[in-house]
Design a protein. Structure first.
Length: 447
């Protein structure tokens, strides 16, 4: 007999094992409604996924029509017009030269594909000794073993440490808690220069690629790098024939007010990983964008990329992605994020900046983080055992506003919340998010 508790009975292995969850009923725009009729303002787009809003009929029609026309087509047997159209649509917006796209199902898969592609690029260029990957602490790149090896989120890595490969990590550009105890701009971007130091210590002839989130996401709670950081990184990578892989699974596809976050510094990566907002969360879809020069090298020298997947280059997923790109273009939603992003940040700063637990309100576009501490003077974090983030998140959820949790920012401690709504959110809805956050903080942490 099936038990009533969804998290105990039934046959699903749920993401949460500690409590039953409400049943989702329907979703539209920035709102989710459960089967009991209760409405929730989705202020984080789920896991910073929903960019064009819930319930888009255009995407549903595109997917339905594609399934009726043809559904599964193996990409080694046929090409499909919809996959080619999506690649062309993305190439119209990606940084100059990044115009070849390998389509997959999820962000971690895209990251692992980029790591493998970097290796094959070096093999094709007769640099077989380049095998080392450098990434950053407090980064998030996915939970498969290859992506987890590159990731720098302590709590996720620790249980699987014996299974991880040997990626080398450097400090992130995280000015609130600078690893070197310096301040920008007097620091002269010491965190970027750490990349060159590490390359030299490993031996430049052994380093394949540097992998980094363009904007620190779920682990660093929307932490943009200081101005000039990626320009220095790009110069260092060029100096030592190290490929630059930018992870924009979270911060790409318009989230920062530009189609791709690297545009803010006019930096062109060798590869860029996409996901989440690429399909607006409707169908599992990710991609690796690569410079055509690298693509041509592999095609000419190797004859192919030693890689693949049953659901790569899937036409139904591509139909969803193409529909999202067309919505972003037609409704000028990326421009809308650029126009209203600073307003969202200002509202959060106005409502939260004076609270004694707010260490920082930071972000860009529609990607904002609020870092919380027990002592603002010293930036001392709450102990992780206090579960501050979880308590505030629950208070918000009960008030009908959904944000995203970020923990482990300061070593194994640290608490933050992310606000990253769909691009169609109204100003009044933004005000509601900020006001509800203030209420939840005062109720949870106030004396």
């Amino acid at each position: 007999m099936v038990k009533e508790n969804l998290n105990i009975g039934g046959n699903v292995f749920p993401r949460r094992l500690d409590r039953p969850l409400p049943r989702a009923g329907k979703a539209e725009g920035v709102w989710i409604e459960d089967t009991e009729g209760r409405r929730y303002l989705d202020a984080s787009g789920g896991a910073i996924v929903v960019n064009v809003g819930h319930g888009r009929e255009e995407i549903a029609r595109a997917v339905s029509e594609q399934i009726i026309a043809y559904d599964y087509i193996h990409p080694t047997m046929f090409t499909t017009p919809v996959v080619e159209a999506l690649a062309t649509a993305l190439a119209a917006h990606t940084p100059d030269g990044v115009n070849r796209f390998y389509f997959l199902s999820g962000g971690a898969e895209a990251v692992e594909t980029a790591i493998k592609l970097a290796r094959q690029i070096h093999l094709a260029a007769c640099r077989p000794q380049k095998i080392r990957l450098i990434s950053r602490w407090k980064s998030y790149h996915g939970l498969t073993l290859g992506a987890l090896s590159a990731m720098g989120r302590t709590a996720f890595r620790a249980p699987y440490a014996p299974l991880l490969s040997d990626a080398v990590h450097i400090p992130p550009p995280y000015c609130l808690r600078c690893s070197y105890g310096l301040q920008f701009p007097e620091c002269r971007l010491r965190c970027a220069l750490a990349l060159e130091e590490t390359i030299l210590n490993l031996g430049p002839e052994t380093v394949s690629a540097f992998l980094a989130e363009t904007v620190g996401g779920g682990t660093l709670a929307a932490c943009p790098p200081p101005e000039g950081y990626f320009s220095v990184v790009r110069e260092i990578c060029d100096r030592y024939d190290v490929l630059l892989i930018l992870d924009e699974v979270m911060c790409g596809m318009g989230r920062t007010g530009r189609w791709f976050a690297c545009e803010h510094e006019d930096v062109i990566p060798d590869m860029i990983t996409l996901g989440k907002g690429l399909s607006g969360g409707t169908v599992a879809l990710s991609a690796v964008g690569v410079r055509s020069t690298h693509y041509d090298l592999i095609r000419e020298e190797s004859g192919g990329f030693v890689h693949g997947g049953t659901f790569s280059h899937h036409p139904v997923a591509a139909a969803a992605g193409l529909a999202v790109v067309r919505i972003l273009e037609r409704e000028r939603l990326v421009e809308r994020v650029a126009r209203y992003g600073s307003l969202l940040g200002d509202l959060l700063k106005e409502d939260l900046g004076d609270l004694p637990w707010t260490a920082d309100v930071r972000g860009i576009g529609f990607l904002w983080g609020i870092e919380l501490v027990c002592d603002r003077k010293t930036n001392t974090p709450f102990d992780r055992s206090e579960q501050v983030t979880e308590k505030i998140w629950e208070a918000m959820f009960q008030k009908g506003v959904i944000v995203y949790k970020s923990t482990g920012i300061a070593g194994i401690h640290g608490d933050a919340l992310l606000v990253a709504p769909p691009f169609v959110i109204t100003v009044d809805e933004m005000r509601r998010i900020a006001a509800t956050l203030r209420e939840a903080l005062l109720e949870t942490l106030g004396a």
